[in-house]
Design a binder for this molecule. Structure first.
Ligand code: DX5
Ligand code: ZN
Length: 221
C-alpha cells in the first residue's frame, strides 16, 4: 500500500490564531503542513513569508513545514525560508532564471526540493532535472487562492507524471495542490498522487480530526 500523506495548506487557516489552528491539525495526526508564499506579482495574492514561518517555529511547531514559493526572486526567498525553518521548498520553473541552480540551493541547505507545475505548464524541463527532485507538485487550480475547484484535466497530468516517476527509478513523491475534497481525493490517488495538499476542505470543517480521518479513509479504501 502507498504511503499516502495529507498535508493541510495553512492558507485556509485562521491567521488571527495561526499557531493554535496548526496545533489542532497536529493533534489530529498531521505530520506536515504546507506554507504558501505569495508575492502579489507571480500570483495575484499576497500571503505570508519567512517572518511568519520563523514565528511558527518559535511558537513550537516542530513538524515538517513544506514551503510553496509563488514569489520572486526565488533564490533569495529560498535562503530566507531555509533560515526561517523550512523543511522542504518548491518553486515554479518559470519563476526562476536557473532551475538547476535554485534546486541545488535548496538541497545544499539541507531541505528537500520540489518543482511545481501549473495546470497549463508543460513538463518539458523534468527530463533534465528529475534526478534532483525529492517531489513534484502538480497544481490542480491556478495558484493564488484557496477554495477553487479542481481542474479535471489535471488527472491526465497526474497519470503522466506518475508513470514518468516510475520509469525514472527515482524515489520522488507526487503531490497535488488545489481543490481536493472528500469526493475527488480517491480519483486523484488512483491517478497516482501520494501527497494531497488540502486547504479549505480541512480548515472550514468544524472537526479537523474527523475530516482528516474521512479523507484518509477515502484514499485507503
Ligand atoms: C493555491 C495554494 C494552495 C491552496 C489550496 O495557490 O497553493 O495550497 O491553499 O487550497 P484548497 O485546498 O482550498 O484549494
Ligand atoms: Zn500551495
Amino acid at each position: 500500500m502507498k504511503n499516502f500523506l495529507i498535508v493541510p495548506s495553512i492558507l485556509s487557516a485562521n491567521f488571527a490564531c495561526l499557531g493554535e489552528d496548526i496545533s489542532k491539525v497536529i493533534s489530529a495526526g498531521i505530520k506536515m503542513i504546507h506554507f504558501d508564499v505569495m508575492d502579489n506579482h507571480y500570483v495575484p495574492n499576497l500571503s505570508v513569508g519567512p517572518l511568519v514561518l520563523k514565528a511558527l517555529r518559535d511558537y513550537g511547531v516542530t513538524i515538517s513545514i513544506d514551503v510553496h514559493l509563488m514569489a520572486r526572486p526565488v533564490d533569495r526567498l529560498i535562503l530566507d525560508c531555509v533560515y526561517a525553518g523550512a523543511s522542504s521548498i518548491s518553486f515554479h520553473p518559470e519563476s526562476t532564471d536557473h532551475i538547476d541552480r535554485s534546486l541545488e540551493l535548496i538541497k545544499e541547505n539541507g531541505c528537500k526540493a520540489g518543482l511545481v507545475f501549473n495546470p497549463g505548464t508543460a513538463l518539458g524541463c523534468l527530463e533534465y532535472i528529475i534526478n534532483k527532485l525529492d517531489f513534484i507538485l502538480l497544481m490542480s487550480v491556478n495558484p493564488g487562492f484557496s477554495g477553487q475547484s479542481f481542474i479535471p484535466i489535471v488527472l491526465n497530468k497526474i497519470c503522466q507524471v506518475s508513470n514518468l516517476i516510475k520509469n525514472s527509478g527515482f524515489n520522488i513523491r507526487l503531490a497535488v495542490d488545489g481543490g481536493i475534497n472528500i469526493r475527488n481525493i480517491s480519483v486523484i490517488a488512483e491517478a497516482g498522487a501520494d501527497t494531497f495538499i488540502i486547504g479549505s476542505t480541512i480548515f472550514t470543517a468544524s472537526n479537523y480530526r474527523q475530516v482528516i480521518n474521512d479523507l484518509y479513509c477515502e484514499i485507503n479504501k
